[in-house]
Design a protein around this ligand. Sequence first.
Ligand code: ZN
Length: 562
Amino acid sequence: MTHPVEFDQITAERPELASVEAEYDKLRAAWDAADGLDARLSVVKAWDALTTQLETWMSLTHLRFHQDTRDPEANAARDFADEIEPKLTRLAVDVKRAILSSPHRAELEEALGGQAFVLWEADAAAFEPKLQDDLVLENKLNAEYVALKAAARVTIQGEEVTLAQVPRFASAPERAVRQEAAEALWGWAEGAQHHLDRIYADMVQVRTRQARALGHETYTPLGYLKMQRSGYTAEDVARFRRQIVERVVPVAAKLSARQAETLGVDPLMVWDEAIFDPSGNPKPAGDHDWMLDRAVEMFDRMGEPLASFFRMMNDGGFLDLKAREGKAGGGFCTSFPSYGTPFIFANFNGTKNDVEVFTHEAGHAFQNWMSRSIEPSCYHWPTYEACEIHSMSLEFLTWPHMELFFGDDAERFRQVHLTGAVLFLPYGACVDHFQHWVYANPDATTQERRNAWSELEATYMPWRKWGHLDHPATGARWHLQTHIFTYPFYYIDYALAQACALQFWDQSQRDPKDALERYVALCSKGGSGAFLELVDAAGLRSPFEDGCLDAVMERVEAALGL
Ligand code: ZN
């Protein structure tokens, strides 16, 4: 592992397939000739070094495309990456299969940890060379969706803005501005609806075709394998969603009734949902640069290892947080594993969301940083539901320092943040339920998909009122939910993780020092265990366990005065 560097110094040569194949041939020969455990482990190490180099290049290529989706060079590089990725997957899966079928597997598992084998089994089961063309096609459809949204411009209050900048208006204290923002946003989606429906129909088709080529009836089991989920099934997830309907939806309904009362609106329309006080949501008291200074102060106060982690990120330029023309929307954290450094991408828009997105992505980055030296590198990140514990918990563990950003409004921020955490759970379950429906019914028409969403929305968010916004009112809310398009089945992860993060929140109310220590310990484990193993090791209850959500919700209700 190299020492921390500046982002500008990070380079990754574009791989030539022929030379990568030659490297793999050498690895294969070395593996076949390896005599004894040490020799086999050194082949695994050499393979891992090659993997991290390729991953660093892949991360950098995707990051540059997201930083400027209009840049022809970044687009060409992304196209090349989309083309070559399935070929690299084929080479990697061959090595994984060789390790998995080794007669020495038991001692290899002993040395490398069982979780690597769980992950590799999933990867091997999810891939066959015959899928390569469809995987390339799927990559291209993902890029098409990202670029379509990044190119969108809407006009609000006479100002032309990108979709990533809409939340600033959508949470304005003036109701007319919020309504105008909702009309502009959904007007854009309505105009693009045929394009969006076509992309999604193609995605569902290409994913289902891959699943069937592997002998599955639908994409769902393949989707779970691609998410490398283990220790629980789609039935467990369905039970978890039912718990949300029974235990969380009634609380969320009460919270939105209270929100309507506080705002003095009746009924609460969808454009009121982002705001919790007639005077507006708490707002960070300064701009982007000011916020970064406050963040340095905050992490310093939280002590080591968070303090030096964040200084490394800030001093090294591993943050791209400002919204700008051509930049893709959303926020994410990626990493350059051959250097051991993470990177945070976000779109600040001057609202409280900036603080939430930032503490969230910083949680991912911190975990990756703490895990950077674990071998093999497949442990640098856990599976996504576990990843989201790190991010969502840091959102809560930074609570005592929110005065730095919000001043006298900090307590109000904490209440709104907790309220938002509850309101999110039904939405998260709805997005997940919808995807299970979509892939169970791959031949559904556009209209049937809209109907399915509408029905689920009525179950999970019975308070939602779209008013005259005809497009989302007819079941098209999901058109703007990126994960549904580009990361199939990645969503319940947030709800599962929230059930864990709220336990960290609860612990931190009683003993902040202990909660933070346990959090750091969890982050240091990286992905060396499966989701439920990590949850257990952190002293948390499994969200699938009966009564877990109930216990969490009791504490939340008390804190929100319900
Ligand atoms: Zn996240």
